[in-house]
Write a protein that binds this ligand. Structure first.
Ligand SMILES: [Zn+2]
Length: 279
């Protein structure tokens, strides 16, 4: 049984099961769950409107092979090139790059080349476009093929590993750390996000994107925001709680309806520890 947590003091005591699934909704990737019966649900917290996935399926092998195979196919390069070829108005990534560059222009000092660490880079379309914009980019991914693809095709520095367990002491400092649709896939997103404080440069910021459960749920339970690989689906309130509990301050947050159809929350954050002290 996976027990997703947002480290809430209410300890899920205000949660109610709202969505139930006994078969994969249309469009969900068919993961190999072996002999197990497909059954899962989402609890919704009446206090913060956060959605917690509840399922007794053993998904521990999801990211070892099947996730990458079924999500990207065997050909990273082909999928990478197909996404890069999308016209900007149809590309979630083009809008993301524009958002991050605009925020960075107003927030970072302009006299040096900015550095980016992209966590869970997958195909690497985001660091590829950031590299084109003149940034120094590094990616971190637990999948060896994603890392090889990042080095050879995307042309950026690549680290293999799970950000949750990696020793951040040895990876250097970055001006921007990004988590694009990553934190909803982990059981303890607060634990993962708080690890971004240490490798962030003093003037740096973190950029996150998460599925928006508040808007998506208005369109029913079969939306991709509620697919099996999401342990968490967020609200504006639970996005704030995540950021607060991980030791960050929200600088800006936004609700998006992306060109792909996804309902998404995005936010820019800075560690509370780097805020100027008031006396
Ligand atoms: Zn809660």
């Amino acid at each position: 049984m996976t027990r997703p947590t947002l480290r809430c003091p209410c300890d899920l005591s205000h949660c109610q099961a709202v969505f139930h699934y006994d078969a994969p909704p249309p469009g969900e990737v068919r993961f190999d769950i072996g002999e197990q019966t497909y059954r899962r649900s989402y609890l919704r917290c009446a206090l913060c409107s956060h959605w917690f996935s509840q399922n007794s399926l053993d998904l521990s092998h999801l990211y070892e092979r099947t996730y990458v195979d079924t999500t990207y196919g065997n050909n990273f390069r082909e999928t990478f090139e197909r996404i890069l070829a999308l016209p900007p108005e149809r590309s979630d990534n083009a809008a993301r790059v524009a958002r991050v560059l605009a925020f960075a222009r107003s927030y970072l000092a302009s006299d040096k080349t900015p550095t980016l660490l992209d966590i869970g880079s997958g195909l690497g379309v985001f660091p590829y476009r950031m590299k084109e914009a003149g940034w120094m980019c590094t990616v971190l991914d637990p999948d060896a093929r994603a890392v090889r693809h990042a080095e050879r095709v995307v042309g950026v520095n690549a680290l293999i590993g799970d950000f949750l367990t990696i020793d951040t002491g040895g990876i250097g400092l970055f001006d921007v750390i990004s988590f694009n649709k990553v934190l909803e896939h982990v059981v303890d997103p607060v634990g993962m996000l708080e690890k971004a404080v240490a490798p962030l440069s003093r003037e740096g910021f973190v950029y996150i994107e998460l599925p928006d459960g508040e808007v998506a749920s208005c369109h029913g339970s079969n939306r991709e925001e509620f697919f099996i690989e999401h342990h968490h689906v967020f609200s504006i309130a639970s996005l704030s709680l995540l950021i607060e509990r991980a030791g960050f301050l929200m600088l800006q947050a936004q609700r998006l309806h992306e060109p792909s159809g996804k309902f998404t929350l995005c936010a820019f954050l800075a560690p509370k520890s780097t805020m100027p002290a008031t006396s």
